[in-house]
Design a protein. Structure first.
Length: 199
């Protein structure tokens, strides 16, 4: 898979649809109860909601996003060194291959990893990410010292090892250079109020 596929090589509508699963302008969504999902509460001690938002594309709801952290909040310069989890709850269907391709393209744009690493990460994401339907939930969770574990509707679906991948993957949303600054604002909204939290 060519992980450096550029916008100019794909029709605009197709590109926007492919990015919709992970990247877009996020508006703060309707708040849900702050009950910590069991998948997260059993793996992050004293998990707190750092922020949430809702993705809309051309007026259509795509997913609701929630970022969870420990009580120290989220340190965006050390994403791989802290237990954090991002949950996406989908309102539409998307192919796993689309999610993987969009993620790989954004990691490449941000400049993480070398060519060999990005090729490996792309293949690993393609193997892990499932097709999703309305109501499905995907969770990506940093396990410090190990990598990023993924869950589909609370079922573990794979682990991509390495701190470098974890930093690259979560930077899609949390790096200052993200293409979705409103997403970053929304999911980090409460983090600054947690002890030690930084943006």
């Amino acid at each position: 898979m060519n992980v450096t596929l550029s916008l100019s090589r794909r029709p605009l509508a197709v590109w926007l649809i492919s990015l919709a699963c992970w990247l877009a302008v996020i508006a703060p969504g309707t708040a849900r109860a702050d009950a910590v999902p069991a998948t997260i509460s059993t793996r992050i001690d004293d998990a707190r909601l750092a922020g949430e938002g809702e993705l809309r594309w051309l007026g259509l709801r795509v997913y609701a996003a929630q970022l969870w952290s420990g009580p120290a909040g989220v340190k965006t310069d050390r994403l791989s060194g802290q237990p954090i989890a991002l949950e996406l709850r989908y309102f539409t269907s998307l192919k796993g291959s689309t999610i993987a391709e969009s993620s790989a393209s954004e990691i490449a744009r941000l400049g993480f990893g070398d060519a060999a690493q990005r090729e490996r990460w792309s293949a690993q994401m393609a193997a892990v990410f499932p097709n999703v339907s309305r109501g499905d939930r995907l969770v990506g969770m940093v396990e410090p010292g190990r990598g990023t574990r993924f869950f589909h509707n609370d079922k573990p679906i794979g682990l991509i090892e390495g701190n470098e991948f974890a930093q690259a993957f979560f930077s899609i949303w949390l790096d200052e250079r993200t293409q979705a600054p409103s997403l970053r604002e929304s999911v980090l909204r409460r983090s600054a109020t947690l002890a030690g939290g930084t943006r």
